[in-house]
Design a protein around this ligand. Structure first.
Ligand SMILES: NC(=O)c1ccc[n+]([C@@H]2O[C@H](COP(=O)([O-])OP(=O)(O)OC[C@H]3O[C@@H](n4cnc5c(N)ncnc54)[C@H](OP(=O)(O)O)[C@@H]3O)[C@@H](O)[C@H]2O)c1
Length: 349
């Protein structure tokens, strides 16, 4: 079956801010499926901060590869429906997740590892939730929040937890997991509306806008005796503030460093790293894809909480594949809440 597909391609590496002009939309005729390949019609495609690192000419050492210019952007999570299959494990009508996003139709080689395994073609169980939730709490976002707290931070009874970027995809789940596990949770985000969302909708104990005065002062006000865990999605000034307020045996789960992703120059590290020595702190980086063995567990735990109405889930959906670059710019600028997704419109769907 000859299929004409649309895909987003990178035409220039952005220096600083991401703009739609760094991308183009290309129409291609997909080749006939080879043995082991599956044709998927994408329904939703993901917008992740990590893409900003892959848009660089060369990304951070040891991380995902940079996207090639004028080529499909492989390694972006997507969910969709199998249209045609030449792999016996998949059949037309199957709901699947995979890493061949930012295009409407994808030829996916079954069994080929993508996004560290998170994006390898897999069936999704839509009785647990709609497909797009597998780009959120039932998928990699949920796994990131869950292992970040349980493995990265070794969450312990009585811990006071600070979650940054707490109104975002990972942060909103991490903050709620910590809350549901019985902790005092402080959230930070970039606007008054988001702060209200953290308190009123997610039920956090305290929240602040990091633009509004000193981060350390906010943390001291919310936790006068200090914090025990910092779930770090931001790096930079946030990590510096955490080091200043973590108490003895505190832990940092280093999830990401979004404050650095658009910088054109290397960013300085915290000037108070000695606090790690002074207070027996542990700073542990983690990648969710290194904990795929816990995906079943995290989807199960979070799926139950979602079904019971105890876990809130918010997404910002931008319609139209051609708006994916704009969606990325909006998410990086803090102009979205919860998981940022693009709904893919496909002809004849
Ligand atoms: N380790 C892993 O396996 C893994 C997996 C997935 C994601 N991550 C990381 O987790 C973090 C969150 O990812 P996500 O998908 O959940 O994104 P997200 O939180 O939904 O979106 C990113 C948010 O970060 C905030 N932000 C942007 N620039 C900032 C700055 N300079 N200072 C403070 N906040 C800033 C913005 O919200 P505000 O309005 O609040 O500023 C923005 O909306 C990222 O660092 C990402 O790289 C790690």
């Amino acid at each position: 079956m000859a299929v004409t597909a649309r895909q987003v391609q990178l035409v220039a590496h952005p220096e600083g801010e991401v703009r739609p002009s760094h991308f183009r939309i290309v129409e291609v005729t997909l080749p006939e499926l080879a043995e082991g390949e599956v044709l998927v019609r994408n329904l939703f495609t993901s917008v992740d901060p990590a893409l900003r690192l892959q848009l660089r000419r060369s990304g951070p050492e040891g991380y995902f590869n940079s996207f090639r210019l004028n080529a499909p952007m492989d390694g972006i999570m997507s969910v969709g429906e199998v249209i045609e299959s030449r792999d016996r494990r998949f059949a037309p009508g199957d709901a699947v997740s995979h890493g061949w996003g930012w295009r409407d139709f994808a030829v996916v080689p079954a069994g080929v590892v993508s996004v560290g395994g998170v994006g390898t073609l897999a069936k999704i169980d839509t009785s647990l939730g709609p497909p797009e939730m597998f780009l959120g709490p039932l998928g990699n976002m949920g796994l990131t929040a869950y292992v970040g707290l349980v493995v990265g931070a070794e969450l312990r009874d009585g811990d006071i937890v600070w979650v940054s970027a707490a109104a975002g995809a990972v942060g909103s789940i991490a903050a709620q997991i910590a809350k549901l596990m019985g902790h005092r949770v402080i959230g930070s985000a970039g606007s008054a509306d988001k702060v209200r969302y953290l308190i009123d909708e997610l039920g956090l104990d305290a929240a602040f806008d990091y633009h509004d005065g000193s981060i350390v002062d906010h943390l001291r006000e919310a936790a006068p005796d200090g914090i025990d865990v910092y779930f770090d999605s931001v790096g930079g000034d946030h990590l510096q503030a955490a080091l200043a307020t973590l108490r003895r045996w505190g832990r940092v789960a280093m999830c990401g460093a979004i404050s650095e992703y658009e910088s054109t120059e290397p960013q300085p590290g915290p000037t108070n790293l000695f606090q790690a020595v002074a207070n027996n702190l542990t700073l542990r980086g983690f990648r969710a894809s290194s904990h795929l063995d816990r995906l079943g567990e995290s989807s199960h735990v979070l799926g139950d909480w979602l079904a019971q109405g105890r876990l809130r889930y918010q997404q910002t959906i931008i319609d139209g594949l051609e708006h994916a670059p704009e969606a990325l710019g909006r998410m990086l600028a803090g102009d979205t809440v919860g998981k940022t997704l693009v709904r893919v419109d496909t002809p004849g769907a």
